[in-house]
Design a protein around this ligand. Structure first.
Ligand code: GLN
Length: 485
């Protein structure tokens, strides 16, 4: 079956359950394609040999009651995988082999899935283009000159390029939704506290969330159902009643009220983004839902707030990489010299920039002016959403202010890179769920995404809205296979 890699996760599960395909067939097909994908640079580490062994074992003793029976899957290299190198895209972790498994990946393997390998990402998930990885940049399967987005660029490239049926990423300020939007796939950032952060290399602990990335909304719902769980090993994990997201998925969104926030119409936004948004509004109406103009007045403060809070937390989280406890160690004349050399050689430029910003905003004398102020503004941003949700059930916005940009285009201008997160960061600051769905193409034929933001713990609702819209949009990704060896 040559078209195995074109099948959705839902189809593959179905075909394995009714024995039209074996796990070995499916695993082989994705390995074959992955092996031809060197140019994309989507993988940091592959585990193909043991993946095939596991697939064969599964076929000898299949368990069709599992949700991901014998399904191969590559994951972002930010999730700790027991006995398998986990680098976070950094030189400083380039020889780190965890002795434990992240809860999210454990949930995936417990449902029968098989690890294909670890996917490239921006260093410590800091970036919007997957150009900050120590292992080199990732290319987009859409066009060789384009970034796939970041930080989950390897994950987006691997799903859009059909190297893995689905995957997981992490989203601190947009790293699932922005690359999903750039590569024409679906990406869900769940409510903070839905998916355990245990065993995920930390970037900014009050913002980080793991979430699914997939070819379609149904696959996304199924994977979310598998990864979302209460975990006592994560003190911020929340014990709430989780839905059977894929089973309860419905395209009936009649009567829903969807907010359209005027502050997301930012200066300099290309007309094609505005047009896409208008089309989205029309799709919503075609589905029988109603749109309502709303205001989220503190939106313009979200980006500066994020770029204070996230580096502050990052500088604290990354203090542990000192050449003693983990990974890379540089030679030094004494202890302090060793620390300094390890950190200056082990971290890339973007990570060092964040550590410097973070330590600055936390330092005595500046703490009140920056960090404390940012925390207060964060609350105001959250209040805006609370106020809006008194009137609406969800909010519709563009996912990004542009389509994918060119490799190298923004690397020398960090601020313009940060501006790309303008529509995604407010969601993380408020701890809310958000999903990006592919909704059209720009004039160059590159994918564009729309974002649906939900109330806390209301993933089912935004999945349903996405599902209904997906049917109307009928998006087809333009993958050329330019990268196939
Ligand atoms: N682009 C954002 C940043 O660099 C978001 C990254 C993320 O979500 N991990 O901080």
């Amino acid at each position: 079956m040559s078209d195995i890699t074109k099948q959705s996760l839902t189809e593959l599960v179905e075909n394995i359950k009714n024995k039209k395909l074996s796990s070995t067939d499916v695993t082989k097909a994705f390995i074959d394609r992955s092996e031809k994908s060197e140019k994309l640079n989507a993988y940091i580490t592959n585990d193909f040999t043991s993946a095939l062994d596991k697939a064969k074992k599964f076929d000898q003793k299949p368990n069709f009651d599992l949700k991901l029976p014998g399904i191969p899957m590559a994951v972002k290299d930010l999730f700790c995988t027991k006995n398998i190198k986990t680098t976070a895209g950094s030189k400083i972790l380039n020889n780190f082999i965890p002795t434990y498994e992240s809860t999210v990946t454990e949930n995936i393997w417990n449902e029968g899935a098989i690890l294909l390998g670890k996917l490239n990402c921006d260093e410590f998930a800091m970036g919007s283009s997957n150009e900050t990885s120590f292992f080199g940049n990732v290319q987009s399967p859409i066009d060789k000159n384009l970034v796939p987005g970041g930080s989950s660029g390897g994950s987006a490239s691997a799903v859009a390029g059909q190297l893995t049926p689905v995957t997981i990423g992490t989203d601190t300020g947009g790293s699932i939704r922005q690359p999903a939007s750039f590569t024409g796939i679906v990406g869900l950032k769940p409510t903070y506290g839905s998916c355990s952060r245990y065993g995920i290399v930390a970037f900014a602990s009050s913002l980080d969330q793991a979430g699914p990335m997939a070819q379609n909304v149904k696959d996304c719902a199924l994977l979310h159902e598998v990864i979302s769980s209460y975990d006592p090993k994560d003190s911020t994990s929340i014990d709430f009643k989780r839905n059977h997201y894929s089973k309860e998925l419905t395209n009936n969104i009649k009567g829903k009220k969807i907010g359209i926030p005027k502050e997301y119409r930012v200066d300099g936004m290309p007309k094609e983004i505005e047009d896409l948004w208008q089309k989205g509004i029309q799709y919503i109406k075609d589905c029988g839902a109603e749109t309502i103009d709303i205001s989220l007045p503190n939106t313009s403060y979200a980006l500066p707030t994020y770029y204070i809070v996230a580096p502050a937390e990052a500088s604290s989280n990354l203090a542990r990489y000192d050449g003693v406890k983990y990974g890379f160690r540089a030679k030094g004349e004494n202890l302090i010299d060793m620390y300094e050399k390890t950190r200056s050689e082990g971290f890339g430029a973007e990570v060092q920039r964040r550590i410097m910003i973070g330590t600055y905003v936390l330092s005595s004398g500046y703490y009140d002016a920056y960090y404390l102020k940012a925390q207060k503004v964060r609350k105001l941003i959250k209040n805006d959403f609370d106020e809006a949700y008194k009137k609406v059930d969800a909010i519709l916005t563009p996912s990004t202010p542009s389509s994918a940009f060119k490799i190298g285009e923004k690397t020398n201008d960090p601020v313009s890179m940060y501006l790309n997160d303008i529509f995604t960061v407010p969601v993380n600051l408020a701890g809310l769920p958000g999903i990006s769905i592919p909704a059209g193409h720009d004039t160059k034929g590159y994918p564009l995404g729309l974002q649906i933001i939900g109330k806390a713990f209301d993933e089912q609702n935004i999945l349903n809205i996405a599902y209904a819209m997906e049917e109307k949009i009928n998006f087809r990704n333009k993958i050329t296979d330019w990268w196939i060896k």
